[in-house]
Design a protein. Sequence first.
Lengths: 282, 295
Amino acid sequence: MRSAQIEERLFQALMLLSVFIVAGSLFLILLTIILRGLPALTVEMITRPPEGGYYLGKEGGILNAILGSLYLASGATLLALLLALPISIYLRIYGQRSRLSEIVRLAMDVLWGIPSIVYGAIAFTFMLWVGMRASLLGGILALAMLELPILVRGMDETLGSVPSALKEASYSLGATRLETTLRVVLRQSGPGLVTAVLLAFGRGIGDAASVLFTAGYTDHLPYSLLRPVASLPLAVFFQLATPYPAVQERAYTSALVLTLIVLAISLTSRYLSKGLLKHQIR
Amino acid sequence: MWISLGATLLLPLMAWVLYLRSRPLLQTQDVVFLLTSASWHPLQGKFGFAPFLMGTLWVTTTGMVLAIPPSILTAVYLSEYAPARVRSFSAPMIDLLAGIPSVVYGVWGVLAVVPYIGHTVMPWAQKYLYFIPIFQSDNPTGFGILAGGIVLAVMVFPIIIAVAENVIHAVPQGLREASLALGATRWQTTKHIVLRRARSGVFAAVVLGFSRAFGETMAVLMVVGNIVQMPGSVFDAAYPLTALIANNYGEMMSIPLYDSALLGSALLLLLVVLGFSLLSRVVLIRFAQSAGEPV
């Protein structure tokens, strides 16, 4: 009995140590990014594109990258949503427990794990085949492939949590499967769907490897689907790689801006899903 | 239904495209030779993947070794020991942190981890741990496998913790109570009952973290040093497969077979992830069967 208590104490101590390590390292990251990013954060930084000599430390900002990232992630999320919604509805309503839906789930699990750089390389290969250059459209395609499994997974889970009694009630009133899906299931799972979409959006906006070749980089504000477009993660990456300390400072600031955008998305999704939950039947 | 079928076909389609594009290289050289050769001289037509393969293995292994114990212990703590108040606070925090982009982790690595390793950890290890081969190195910069491993570990903390905690928490309360009623301590209950019951889920959580770490590009690329060599120590610089693609694809198209080699390494990444997903699925089904539960 004595040794059991010693073991208990030991593992409790180890657990507290682990919690401390995990919480501490994550706290350190946020602290580092905020402390190093704040000094160079100015209004100019987030409202103007780079101007002449920006990469030597002169005037300008990263508006090109902020807008570019928002366009890329919005386009990709929209495109992925158009595919993911029917797929997850199929998985939960039409093809429930069918062989195909098992295979689709497995495929989505595998796709979820595929590195984003692989999506980038494949999308770029495809673009070379059809003669497309690095562009906003190319970046959207690559990101949409990356986001698709994330969206399907999230939505599949949400749709699965709708009580089957609710569906059965709808069927018993004579509603078809489509009517039940649109009026009951989707409405009931609204908050979860919003969360899934925002999660995918957050992943998309923060991903650098898939847009590296496909979207390219430019100092201009995005204005055409077929032109290259800048993105925040790449802005961080490229500015950090320059030898000028003033530009590296801006890389930290860009990282801070990116973090703030992602945190804002996360908080919004939390707030929205809480607000919508009020109308849910339980 | 047709869209679902199409989306499922995306996976074989991607593998096929990569295979098609890497075939020119595979036709000239033997696969086993390519994977084991350490000679990487694209201009002379030599494409030995071994340094990059080893780089990926070293960094991922280091990351997982550092990540698994603290994240599982944290998950156990949050699920079994922490008061409900802490749990309700920690869940959104973990979600929040899982969403932080990888470049941000990379910036943190460059700003904090690399200098710390270069100035503190490395000199200390050379002084006291020099007799252990994997701690010997002459790379004083701090950019290297350990930096990459630490950044990866911190990146996968939230992923492993979130999944593992859910699984552990889902173990029926009655099992715990039965064990506690027999006089077992809390940790004994956790070890023999809760973790035993939840092990397949915990395994799945670890695989999930692994596939994220394995394919991570930017954060690792920024701190790992990117020198083509066979690493022999955690302080050595390495050049993972993902960094190879990111640094060179799109620019080196004029060298014959180069793009073929790069897409070959993308194919390799895809196959490894595929292998691990299938493995984890098989293990999950095994565990479920041996526990007598439906899959």
